[in-house]
Design a protein around this ligand. Structure first.
Ligand SMILES: Cc1cc2nc3c(=O)[nH]c(=O)nc-3n(C[C@H](O)[C@H](O)[C@H](O)COP(=O)(O)O)c2cc1C
Length: 201
């Protein structure tokens, strides 16, 4: 099969892309709106891109009706967000938190979790999550204006909370303890339990 993007419906291009670019880590993002109401949602268009300063990017795409998701509206309005690592223990709750609630209704309450104030940004972090990264927006880059168009939210990480329980003896995050989950194509997710090591040449 050959997919010529210029002749293919956008939904089919989307399904090809998310089936091919795998596995994708999942940013579990808290933001607040101008009234201070907390929003939580997962985003698998996500990764880290440098460490000096630490830069992360995630993309809340436009909805099928080309409107902006609450997370995008919130980062545009407040310039801050918190990214939590998505771990196996919370896989179901992460999925549940993608429910489209009316603005102002909290996904945190819906899934029965709790927040605590962040130290450097206004959006709170999830108490239960083993890792949280407090971030400020560096830039937001919209790419297109139709359904599923990307909006690159480029953030600088200001502060990282890590539960000691997921650290190795060197004080680094141990993947065997953090147990992140990731997104594949369709409704498939994967665990990070099938690990192998390779020394860098
Ligand atoms: C695991 C997972 C990953 C997702 N990744 C994205 C993504 O990268 N970009 C996006 O726009 N929506 C993504 N979604 C859908 C959003 O989470 C969903 O639209 C959510 O309701 C947006 O919330 P908001 O309107 O409160 O910002 C994902 C959903 C799940 C379950």
């Amino acid at each position: 099969m050959v997919i010529d993007v210029s002749k293919t419906p956008v939904v089919d291009v989307y399904h090809a892309l998310v089936g091919i670019v795998t596995p994708r880590p999942i940013a579990w993002v808290t933001t607040i709106d101008v009234k201070g109401r907390v929003n939580l949602a997962p985003f698998s268009f996500f990764n880290a891109f440098g460490a000096n300063p630490p830069i992360v990017v995630f993309s809340p795409t436009l909805r099928r009706d080309a409107t902006k998701k609450d997370t995008l509206l919130n980062v545009e309005a407040t310039g801050e967000f918190v990214i939590h690592a998505s771990t196996a223990a919370f896989a179901e709750k992460i999925n549940q938190s993608s429910t489209e609630l009316p603005p102002g209704e909290s996904e945190v309450e819906l899934i029965g979790l709790h927040t605590t104030p962040s130290l450097k940004v206004k959006p709170p972090r999830l108490v239960e999550a083993p890792v949280a990264m407090e971030c400020k927006v560096r830039q937001i880059l919209p790419m297109g204006d139709g359904p599923i168009a990307a909006n690159l939210v480029i953030g600088e990480v200001l502060l990282i909370h890590v539960d000691d329980a997921v650290l190795d003896e060197q004080g680094r995050v141990d993947p065997r303890k953090l147990k992140t989950v990731a997104r594949l194509g369709g409704d498939f997710w994967c665990h990070t339990s099938d690990l192998f090591e390779q020394k860098r040449p």
